[in-house]
Design a binder for this molecule. Structure first.
Ligand code: XBP
Length: 255
């Protein structure tokens, strides 16, 4: 039996990138009179860079109208990022970012089975708070035995730092936990820390694959389209299914 489920946030718990961060970045650009906007496609390309501020600084390298002075760039990136996070919180509070199908149900499974949960993200803590307080209520943090955000693990995914901090906090060996991830960088981070991964593909990462993943599929809310196949019984990916995949893979590895 696995002893903890470690949740990535952006793209895994909710489609926060397309419907949250991107929209909020463009609102911040407008409010601060930054003379460019990001399209959905451009933002998809920029997601190769983890971290909102880092993403913005990366984009400025090819923006003709970005400030030439590196200090001015950093200061502009700080201001945009801060305001972006405020707009993001408003979008979340306004109901614009529902949890993805099957997420709440799997969290409830964990609660019932006494399987601990952790948040493992390199997004800012304020964004995690906004999202989880909206969906799980003010006491959301009591549902998680570890909450690791950018502030506690500043080296962004694909670096394994965030997963290592979570395992230390939970005092677990890596194989006792399972990571839920959508993007290649997150999958790489978990695997580099030795944590088995379940891939739930998302809007921006519809084709994430890994030969070493426990399983990969389109959504926790459905049982079709998964590899290895999932039991169709409950109509969703439940904790029993995750334990089955985990046991199968442990058995496979020992052969
Ligand atoms: C999340 C990110 C973040 C978000 C924006 O990665 O890459 O940069 O896009 O958040 P993950 P911030 O959840 O996979 O760790 O603006 O707070 O950085």
């Amino acid at each position: 039996m696995i002893r903890a489920v470690l949740w990535d946030v952006d793209g895994t718990l909710a489609e926060t990138e397309r419907d949250g961060h991107l929209v909020a970045f463009n609102q911040a650009f407008e409010a601060l009179k930054v003379p460019w906007r990001w399209s959905e496609t451009r933002y998809g390309e920029l997601l190769a860079v983890a971290g909102g501020r880092e993403r913005l600084l990366h984009d400025m390298q090819s923006q003709e109208r970005a400030p030439a002075d590196p200090r001015e760039r950093r200061s502009l990136a700080e201001r945009v990022h801060r305001l972006k996070n405020e707009y993001y919180a408003r979008i979340v509070a306004g109901g614009g970012l529902p949890l993805r199908d099957g997420v709440r149900e799997l969290m409830l499974d964990c609660g019932r089975a006494g399987c601990r949960m952790g948040i493992v993200t390199t997004t800012s803590r304020s964004n995690v708070e906004a999202l989880l307080e909206t969906h799980l209520g003010q006491g959301w943090e009591s549902a998680f035995a570890a909450v690791v955000c950018a502030e506690g693990a500043p080296i962004k995914k694909p670096d394994p730092q965030a997963y290592r901090v979570a395992l230390d906090t939970l005092r677990l060996a890596s194989q006792e936990a399972v990571a839920m991830e959508d993007a290649p960088a997150g999958v790489a981070a978990a695997q580099a820390a030795g944590v088995p991964v379940i891939i739930t593909r998302s809007y921006y990462f519809p084709a994430t694959e890994s030969a070493d993943a426990l399983a990969a599929g389109p959504s926790l809310g459905r049982t079709d389209g998964w590899r290895p196949t999932a039991d169709a019984g409950s109509g969703r990916i439940d904790l029993k299914q995750i334990n089955r995949w985990h046991t199968q893979s442990a058995w496979t590895q020992s052969q």
